[in-house]
Design a binder for this molecule. Structure first.
Ligand code: SF4
Ligand code: SF4
Length: 112
């Protein structure tokens, strides 16, 4: 069976820079209001330990094709390539699960 590939996003380090969103729009040639990955914001909220939490949450959409043209050519997806915080990874589900181990604010996205 073919290996499944996906994206890992570590929200702990996302700075909310929108670079992934913009790079993706260029790659997929998307017009206004359409996204292959969209940045959401959550917070701020005071946590039980007294610290404030403010999260940026980039979420791939159903338009994401994992940058099929780029990855077939051996390149990284453009969102991963342009991520300013290096908090996005591309790989097999097994590789991404290993990277996510012990990190509480990660999400793995695998397109259908
Ligand atoms: S992998 Fe490519 S298509 Fe998917 S969100 Fe990233 S830039 Fe967009
Ligand atoms: S490019 Fe990286 S740091 Fe910037 S919004 Fe996207 S995931 Fe966050």
């Amino acid at each position: 069976m073919a290996e499944k590939y996906g994206l890992l996003i570590d929200y702990e380090w996302c700075t909310g820079c929108h670079s992934c969103e913009m790079a993706c729009k260029v790659e997929l040639n998307l017009g206004e209001g359409h996204y292959g990955i969209k940045l959401f914001e959550d917070g701020p909220r005071k946590m039980p330990n007294g610290k404030w939490e403010y999260l940026y949450l980039p979420a791939p959409t159903s338009l994401c094709d994992l940058c099929a043209k780029r990855t077939e050519a051996g390149k990284l997806p453009t969102c991963v390539h342009h991520c300013q915080a290096a908090c996005m990874s591309y790989g097999t589900v097994e590789e991404l699960a290993a990277k996510a181990a012990g990190k509480p604010k990660t999400c793995i996205f695998v397109p259908c």
